[in-house]
Design a binder for this molecule. Structure first.
Ligand code: GMT
Length: 376
């Protein structure tokens, strides 16, 4: 198949999923064309089955906002015509589904019919898309996609609750390439660079937005380090980083907390981590938790959104109500203070992650594409 994928090229989960999906599809013999404003961060290899098409939006002083949707839909029309693309797969409804629909309509004028699959990722529904400023356009573009998927049951429920949707939504969960993370020896992880042998390493990875509740991460860690020797790795960049840094300073734990910024070495950091914290306000799936689990890192998370579909309470970690810092701290300590329990949870975290192996999930997308092509 010849597929065009539209996504955000940044560190966010939706872009990561779209890129990994495209790479996996190309390895399975499909020709995949990424159409976005920058080369996606995880798109390292340009192979004969992968192409990247940059959407350019020239600055013009008349425009207060540059018309990205227009440039994207025009680019899609050209890519479809030039490369004989058979299917569009857009990740994140805003504005990709809207631009994809416009491209479809323009192509129809030229006698080209192309199906569009839209994958909903989370904030396009729960935070941004739900805003009255965007809601009519988001509803319209979901209803006018040929097929719609969501990354969890919870996100599907939210979409049906918040929007007037006439389309069937199929749940295809996010995935991970389990084989990339074969069990390593403890010593492979260069843990000694980060902590002493008797210290536990706790990690948080996010875009440091309000929804991630990074202050809770610091508060949980503060409680933990009163009970056992530990270090906190804060990975990522975003507006709440300064807030977390201030709290660390106020609590006088600067010597135990490391802010690593945006990193291309998340895999290395997770390799030597003992516990992952994700106390988010909401999370449609929690790809960051899955990335930790596959590296045998148990997760303490909130129990909202799609997180209970990924992190299994009492097995791969523990889940608590949003904001329950006391409960999360207690659970973190209970795992970290008992080496046997920690080892058991590490093994179980990996086991729970295996359900989301790329080889189980990518065929679901291929089947969906076939369905879209038959119905087109
Ligand atoms: O919130 C983020 O971390 C970024 C956001 C995005 O759009 O990239 O992530 C959303 O999509 C991810 C991939 O499907 C999910 O794993 C995240 O849970 C989801 N974020 C939220 O729902 C807050």
């Amino acid at each position: 198949m010849k597929i065009a994928i539209v996504c955000y090229p940044t560190f966010g989960g939706s872009g990561v999923v779209a890129t990994e999906l495209g790479l996996a599809l190309s390895r399975r013999g499909h020709e995949v064309h990424f159409v976005t404003y920058k080369q996606p961060v995880r798109l390292e290899t340009i192979s004969s089955h992968i192409r990247f098409h940059e959407v350019n939006v020239p600055e013009y002083p008349l425009f207060h906002y540059q018309p990205y949707e227009l440039a994207l839909s025009s680019k899609l029309v050209n890519v479809v015509k030039n490369y004989g693309i058979e299917l569009l797969h857009v990740h994140y409804a805003i504005p990709h589904a809207y631009a994809g629909y416009m491209a479809k309509k323009m192509l129809e004028e030229e006698g080209i019919s192309i199906p569009m699959v839209t994958t909903l990722h989370g904030t396009d529904i729960t935070l941004v898309g739900n805003h009255p400023f965007y809601k009519p356009a988001v509803t319209f573009s979901i209803n006018n996609s040929d097929l719609v998927t969501s990354v969890s049951d919870s996100l599907k429920e939210d979409t049906l609750k918040f929007f007037d949707i006439r389309k069937e939504i199929e749940v295809i969960p996010n995935f991970i390439d389990v084989s990339k993370f074969e069990k390593k020896a403890f010593t492979d992880c260069q843990r000694e660079l980060m902590a002493h042998d008797d210290e536990k390493i706790i990690t948080h990875v996010s875009n440091f937005r309000k929804v991630k509740r990074v202050e809770d991460v610091v508060k949980i860690f503060f409680e933990v380090q009163k009970n056992l020797k530990a270090r906190l790795m804060m990975v990522g960049e975003g507006p709440e980083r300064v807030v977390a840094e201030k709290l660390v300073r106020d609590l006088k734990i600067q010597d135990r907390v490391l802010f690593l910024g945006q990193s291309n070495e998340i895999d290395k950091i997770l390799c030597f981590s003992d516990l992952f914290l994700l106390p988010s306000e909401t999370e449609s799936f929690g790809l960051a938790a899955l990335e930790a689990m596959v590296q045998s890192v148990p997760v303490i998370s909130s129990n909202t959104g799609g997180l209970p579909e990924v992190n299994v309470n009492g097995f791969s970690g523990y889940l608590h109500d949003v904001g329950d810092v006391t409960g999360m701290s207690r659970s973190a300590i209970s795992i970290l203070e008992n080496q046997d329990k920690l080892m058991k949870f590490k093994k179980q975290a990996r086991e729970a992650a295996e359900k989301f192996d790329i080889n189980n999930i990518v065929p679901m997308y291929e089947e969906l594409y076939q369905k879209a092509l038959i119905n087109a």
